[in-house]
Design a protein around this ligand. Structure first.
Ligand SMILES: CC(=O)SCCNC(=O)CCNC(=O)[C@H](O)C(C)(C)COP(=O)(O)OP(=O)(O)OC[C@H]1O[C@@H](n2cnc3c(N)ncnc32)[C@H](O)[C@@H]1OP(=O)(O)O
Ligand SMILES: O=C(O)/C=C/CC(=O)O
Length: 255
């Protein structure tokens, strides 16, 4: 019998590495602050140094030497190829379809990839939790060619229906984005600390297509607030490499 090797990374690290791997060289990525920003910067430091990071403050091609604290962090402007105004980044870059991937976080996500970062609870005026709000995320979700969501998975965050739609995913199913005239494809990938989900091409409902190494389907289903469908050919995300972990830890430690 072989002893099980002790895992040398956390599930958050696995999530950041899996999300970074989803980005490839040369893509223009509209980066949301928080988990997506960590993963996008990791991708630049590992396999995709020509990734173009765009932050909402109007910084194009930022190459921050540490994680930005917010979209207004000066490190983004200091290291950018160009800095334009906020209306310009929305009107000239995002809305005309110049951005490949919108990389967003969520407090709640539902089975059709709708994102809530506004309130928990159904009474907007008297919520159980008031979240950070929308910022530019609804526009990002509307107009990027694709949206990738990075979010920790639990019954609290993965719900059948979000309490509030901040950023439109696929509404209540396939075709709803087209009806609303939203130009982008919406969420095509959801990366969590447990696995990866993609919308079913027929229904747009999220389906588990990949589990991270060491995670079971049962664990993912336990952390999901609906009856999660599983792809017949389920993939496994390889564990982070030493190089990926070293780059991630250096990025998080940089000041
Ligand atoms: C381009 C742009 O970036 S546009 C900006 C728009 N804003 C965003 O996109 C934000 C996206 N991120 C989120 O929504 C995140 O879930 C955040 C910011 C709310 C919280 O993320 P984190 O800082 O990682 O904290 P964490 O997940 O531990 O939650 C912190 C607290 O928020 C509250 N909270 C977060 N998610 C939930 C939820 N689904 N249900 C209830 N409470 C929640 C809780 O009070 C929680 O504290 P607790 O775990 O002790 O109960
Ligand atoms: O206002 C927004 O859209 C985004 C805010 C995120 C941040 O302040 O870093």
């Amino acid at each position: 019998m072989t002893a099980t090797a002790e895992r040398t990374y956390t599930s958050d690290e696995m999530m950041s590495v899996a999300a970074a791997r989803a980005l490839s060289g040369g893509q223009k990525v509209f980066v949301g602050i928080g988990l997506p920003s960590t993963a996008a910067n990791l991708a630049r430091r590992t396999h995709a140094d020509d990734l173009v990071l765009i932050y909402e403050s109007g910084t194009l091609g930022s190459k921050p030497t540490r994680l930005p604290a917010s979209i207004g962090d000066g490190i983004l402007a200091d290291t950018a190829d160009a800095v334009i105004s906020v209306p310009e980044v929305f009107n000239y870059w995002l809305q005309p379809g110049r951005i490949d991937v919108g990389f967003l976080g969520a407090a709640q996500l539902d089975k059709f990839g709708n994102i809530n970062t506004t309130v928990i609870g159904t009474d907007y005026a008297d919520p159980k939790v008031r979240l950070p709000g929308a910022g530019g995320a609804p526009e990002i979700a509307a107009s990027c060619h694709e949206v990738y969501v990075v979010v920790r998975q639990s019954k609290r965050s993965f719900v059948d229906q979000v309490d509030f739609i901040t950023s439109f995913g696929h509404g209540r199913g396939k075709g709803e984005r087209e009806k609303l005239g939203l130009p982008g494809a919406g969420p095509t990938l959801v990366i969590t600390d447990l696995g990866v989900m993609r919308p079913d091409p027929e229904t747009a409902e999220l389906v588990l297509t990949q589990i991270h190494e060491g995670v079971t389907v049962e664990q993912v289903r336990e952390a999901t607030g609906w009856d999660l469908k599983v792809a017949p050919e389920l993939g496994t995300t390889p564990a982070p490499t030493e190089a990926e972990l070293a780059a991630l830890r250096a990025l998080k430690a940089a000041r």
